[in-house]
Ligand binder design. Structure first.
Ligand code: 2NL
Length: 340
């Protein structure tokens, strides 16, 4: 009897300190058909008759004690399934895949493209590394022309004739050279300038230029095309005005303003209290440009325009600093998740 008491006391200590594995391992060792509880129950037959009652109680207590420990182990396993290597909880939710979002420049670029596509303009693309002719000379900007100063860029050291394009006009030059008329294209893309980086200037930005060349294209066509564009882009109530301007590649040239989106024209910080904001430059393609590209300037006329995508995006979303577009800061980019 005394030996039985000692045996049970030792086993109880062992069970209390159990760290031999999960609940199932425990069950097999103690509660299984060949487990220690069963084995020790077998000791009953060796107990003297006068001690049988006491021994029975002792063994029964031990069985209850062991079962309680088993339940405890089972509960612990269930609460933290990751602590066991062989139990995968298939009811757990899967890992969420974070959805990316379009860059605001891409959103606005795509919007501009789809508006002009509805007017029959096709998208044309070309190289970012250009030669002097396609970026400057063909566009009536001969060497030493003062207007080149405004478009200082980066040159490729291998070849002094190569540079990073300062506008996507170079793509339009390439389209004109192909000689297939009429031409009705828009050219979105990245362009470069040698500028000190600030809230308002960067050494690269994005542009959409447009070109329409056919017989009898007039300034009225230009105005109506651009008026349609801003109404689609900014809403039917937007007003436009054209101011005379100068570009070497167009004659006459103009800058187009729209009524301020923020104050509606009454005057605010965005429009510097004028009620108008400039959004693009445009004009009738200079006859020299047509001739430089092999198009008969006596037969054909055309209009062209160019706008900075950053500028339009800043107006549309009230973004104050150009540098935000190229810093890859997710706090900024995530705000455009559902923007169109
Ligand atoms: C601006 C002004 C402009 C053009 C771009 C152009 C292209 C060819 C021929 C003639 Cl191939 N013109 N493009 C014309 C006027 C203005 O851009 O402020 N852009 C950001």
């Amino acid at each position: 009897m005394e030996q039985l008491v000692q045996q049970i006391t030792a086993l109880k200590e062992e069970i209390t300190a159990w760290n031999g594995g999960d609940a199932e391992t425990f069950r097999i060792k103690y509660l299984g058909t060949k487990g220690l509880v069963k084995t020790i129950m077998g000791e009953m037959k060796n107990v003297a008759p006068e001690n049988k009652k006491e021994a029975g109680q002792l063994l029964n207590d031990f069985k209850i004690f062991t079962e309680a420990k088993f339940e405890e182990l089972k509960a612990a396993t269930h609460d933290s399934p990751l602590t066991t290597h062989d139990a995968i909880d298939l009811t757990l939710p899967g890992d969420a895949l974070p959805l990316g979002s379009r860059h605001p420049i891409s959103l606005v670029k795509n919007r501009i493209i789809s508006i002009f596509q509805r007017l029959g303009f096709a998208v044309a693309e070309g190289p970012e590394i250009e030669d002097d002719f396609h970026n400057f000379s063909a566009l009536n900007l001969p060497e030493n022309h003062p207007a080149r100063d405004m478009q200082d860029t980066f040159y490729i050291s291998q070849n002094p004739d190569w540079l990073l394009r300062t506008h996507t006009s170079s793509v339009q030059v390439r389209e004109m050279e192909k000689g297939k008329l009429p031409i009705r294209i828009i050219c979105p893309g990245r362009v470069y300038r040698n500028e000190t980086i600030s809230a308002r200037a960067h050494c690269f930005f994005h542009q959409v230029e447009g070109l329409y060349i056919a017989e009898n294209v007039s300034f009225a066509d230009l105005k109506q095309t651009l008026y349609f564009f801003v109404q689609e882009m900014f809403g039917a109530t937007v007003k436009v005005r054209f101011r005379p301007s100068y570009f070497p590649f167009t004659e006459p040239s103009a800058e187009m303003d729209i009524s301020c989106l923020i104050c509606g024209g009454s005057g605010c910080n965005v429009c510097k209290h004028t009620g108008w904001v400039e959004i693009l430059g445009c004009g009738m393609v200079h006859p020299n440009v047509l001739d430089n590209c092999g198009i008969d300037s006596n037969k054909y006329t055309g209009f062209a325009f160019g706008m900075g995508i950053e500028r339009i995006t800043m107006l549309k979303y009230q973004i104050k600093d150009l540098r935000l577009f190229s810093e890859n800061d997710q706090r900024f980019l995530k705000q455009f998740t559902s923007a169109v």
